[in-house]
Design a protein around this ligand. Structure first.
Ligand code: DGJ
Length: 723
């Protein structure tokens, strides 16, 4: 709900449990008066009056005691007495960088439309508020758009810049959202790591100064997810205020937290200002990607559940958004590039016998690709290697009762490829430097329309040639040598964002053209696990690291924002190919069941005993998957040596609890695992046995944890409501 209290120039945005209050000061500056648990009051001007702190600067606008530096500005500018990091910066033809935005008008309506060319969280249900700010002298307007997802407890914000004058404006910095707190007692929470260790949860106190989390890779990146939260120091999984922002964008981003000398905190998120500039001609509009803002008083667990519901209901556009996902087999760690038709079909037969529903042929099926060294861009099936056409292979896989899926890496071109030979100008590069190769490949210049069309046509041609039900869309290197031969000198700093717009256009066209295909995003694992990609592709490969123990941190971290149904999680071989660790099949299966289960294992080497166990795992997962993929997640334990989590079904009739002990410890006390999300007074049958336990007892007293002298030990419990 949005309440516009015109007499007081106040805007009260309300979700089920939160309020965001914006206000126009007499000077026309916009301030954020409050963001937090829902309040019912209508008059908030006392908050403004009570903001009286020390300030070094003189009175703003010549008004006594009015100091901008003390105000929690909503969209702060540069060059005025605010003196903190601004939310935006423009440069004008005369070299001036000063913009003085004052409130102009507001507009409110129901139903949020998609942002043109950008992934967007959408719903007909939500209420939208547009606030227009204007710099009269420089002839520029900024429109802040807030959308209230009341039912989901979330608010989105994006910003559009309009050049209403006749001269060119250079946009140098443009945050999509900015919130100023009159407080600084927070912990900073991020999801950081590296390739193979994506999305590790990190928490640290913040101090006076500036903290910036960003990506300069033209991808959101393995190292830092575009997510940031400020939490009360006492906040935990179940309690406490948490304020978070997640960017619906897959390229260079910036998330900043600034604590100033007056102990105010400013939180911002948007396009990375580093190496960014956008030339805005007269009458043109630049639209920023959007930020999702989630606040809760109930800790990190509730924050995650809000994101999960919102993203399943309003972000993921695919028809598969809430449909249970097939158990898949992927050829990568089973065969890498080393396969022929015979090997593929033996693997497929084995997989089908185990209950696998989708057989995915990963890298190596096109051009003359037998290693990483060539052929990207030449999306012509290698019929010699596959002993026939893709269509024949797909039919044979289908005849085994499985769907057929295929890997692509369409944004790339190998130096050794026919595409590069005929179009060397199609890559991202600058004139006088030899462009860097990474994994023997260059990045195609997706800012060029003809390159976008090439990719759309090449992928479509393959998809039209065979019954392909699934596509894994990979992207294995980041952008260096940023530049485009197709853009003039004064637009070179637009390339990174134009690349993303090009990618989004390609994905929009292809996912609409092939709505029945299940699309899975990938960037060398989770190098682009973000809400932007999720808009188009309903699942993402979480990490190239398939080790069960490494995956605990990766998947736990990812689950802070993204729902289980979005996470690709596979059982691979032991010893693990990335870290050499040996873990039992049971532990690998249990950890992979935290998301969408798949297998990447050489079934030609698997023993009969292991096959029987895999068959059992798959059958059990099929029973559980609706609850895992669409249910409610509770992270129960996240300690150094133990992890536990559970999924509850929407109707409360079932729950699955998982526990992993990393290293066995001697002489420990008996421990119990307290559950969450169950119904009081309801009895649950534990593990289909004779014993039942009451919901509140399971939550307050808990389940006894086994005492096992085994490293990497895992245990799962099933709870079914007694009828
Ligand atoms: C990186 C991906 O993350 C892997 O799963 C695999 O598809 C390889 N690329 C193939 O080159």
């Amino acid at each position: 709900m949005i309440e516009i209290i015109e007499s007081r120039r106040t805007f009260h945005l309300q979700t089920r449990h939160t309020s965001l209050i914006l206000h126009v000061l007499d000077s026309g500056h916009m301030v954020c008066l409050y963001w937090g648990g829902r309040v019912l009051d209508h008059s908030f001007s006392y908050i403004v009056k009570e903001i009286k702190r020390a300030s070094y600067l003189s009175d703003t606008d010549g008004i006594k005691d009015f100091k901008l530096e003390q105000q929690p500005l909503t969209y702060p500018a540069y060059g005025n007495p605010d003196m903190r990091t601004p939310a935006f910066m423009f440069e004008y033809e005369d070299g001036s960088r000063i913009t003085d935005l004052r409130y102009q008008s507001c507009k409110s309506y129901k139903g949020k439309r998609k942002l043109e060319g950008l992934p967007t969280v959408v719903s007909e249900e939500c209420q939208v508020l547009e606030l227009t700010l204007r710099d009269v002298a420089m002839k520029v307007e900024v429109v802040l758009t807030f959308a209230v997802f009341e039912e989901w407890d979330a608010i989105t914000e994006s910003v559009a810049v309009k050049n209403i004058g006749t001269k060119v404006i250079q946009i140098e910095r443009l945050m999509s959202s900015c919130y100023s707190f009159l407080d600084c007692n927070f912990d900073l929470v991020t999801l950081t790591g590296a390739w193979g260790r994506e999305c590790h949860f990190s928490r640290q106190p913040i101090r006076q100064g500036m903290f910036v989390l960003d990506s300069k890779r033209s991808a959101s990146g393995h190292g830092q997810n575009p997510f940031l939260a400020l939490a009360e120091p006492s906040a935990d999984e179940e309690h406490g205020n948490v304020y978070s922002m997640n960017f619906v964008y897959s390229g260079n981003f910036e998330a900043g937290v600034e604590i100033d000398m007056h102990q105010n905190t400013r939180l911002m998120m948007g396009l990375n200002a580093f190496d960014f500039n956008w030339k805005l001609e007269a009458d043109e509009v630049f639209q920023s990607p959007e930020v999702v803002m989630v606040h809760t008083k109930a800790g990190f667990g509730e924050m995650s559940r809000i994101y999960h519901r919102l993203y399943r209901d309003c972000l993921i556009q695919s028809k598969y958004a809430k449909q249970v996902r097939p158990v898949l087999f992927n050829s990568w760690e089973a065969a890498y590039f080393d396969f022929d038709k015979e090997r593929l079909l033996v693997l497929a037969k084995e997989a089908a016998n185990l209950g696998v529903e989708l057989f995915v042929l990963d890298d190596g099926w096109y051009g003359k690709r037998n290693s990483e060294k060539g052929s990207l861009g030449d999306w012509i099936p290698n019929e010699k290697k596959m002993g026939g056409s893709l269509n024949e292979l797909a039919k044979q896989v289908n005849a085994l009762g499985m769907q057929f899926g295929l890997w692509f890496e369409p944004e790339m071109v190998s130096k050794d490829s026919r595409l590069y030979e005929s179009h060397p100008e199609w890559i991202i590069r600058v004139k006088d430097h030899e462009p860097q190769l990474a994994r023997y490949q260059y990045v195609l210049d997706l800012s060029r329309r003809e390159v976008q069309d090439y990719i759309i046509n090449a992928v479509s041609k393959v998809l039209d040639s065979a019954n392909i039900s699934y596509v894994k869309w990979d992207m294995n290197r980041n952008i260096t040598d940023l530049g485009s031969f197709a853009l003039p000198n004064d637009r070179q700093k637009e390339v990174s964002h134009r690349y993303m717009l090009g990618l989004y256009r390609i994905l929009e066209v292809l996912t609409r053209r092939y709505p029945d295909v299940l699309w899975e995003g990938c960037a060398g694992g989770g190098g682009r696990f973000d809400a932007g990609i999720l808009y188009y592709m309903p699942q993402i490969w979480t990490s190239d690291d398939t080790d069960a123990i490494e995956r605990l941190d990766i998947q736990f971290g990812t689950s802070y924002v993204y729902p289980a149904i979005a996470m690709g999680c596979h059982v691979s071989e032991s010893p693990n190919h990335q870290v050499g660790r040996k873990t039992s099949l049971g532990t690998r299966g249990l950890v992979a069941m935290q998301g969408n289960l798949g297998y990447e294992i050489d079934l030609l080497k698997t023993t009969n005993e292991e096959k029987t166990a895999i068959k059992r795992q798959i059958a059990a997962y099929k029973e559980m998957r609706h609850t895992i993929q669409n249910g409610t997640l509770y992270r129960l334990v996240h300690s150094e040596n133990e992890r536990a989590w559970m999924y509850c079904s929407e109707d409360g009739s079932r729950a699955y609890v998982s526990y992993v002990q990393i290293l066995a410890k001697p002489n420990t006390v008996p421990k119990r695992l307290k559950l969450q999300g169950l119904q009081q007074g309801i009895h649950y049958i534990v593990d289909n046995g004779k014993e039942t336990r009451e919901g509140s007892a399971l939550m307050e007293i808990g389940l006894a944890l086994p005492k096992v002298s085994e490293d990497f030990y895992a245990r799962q419990w099933q709870l079914t409501r007694e009828e």
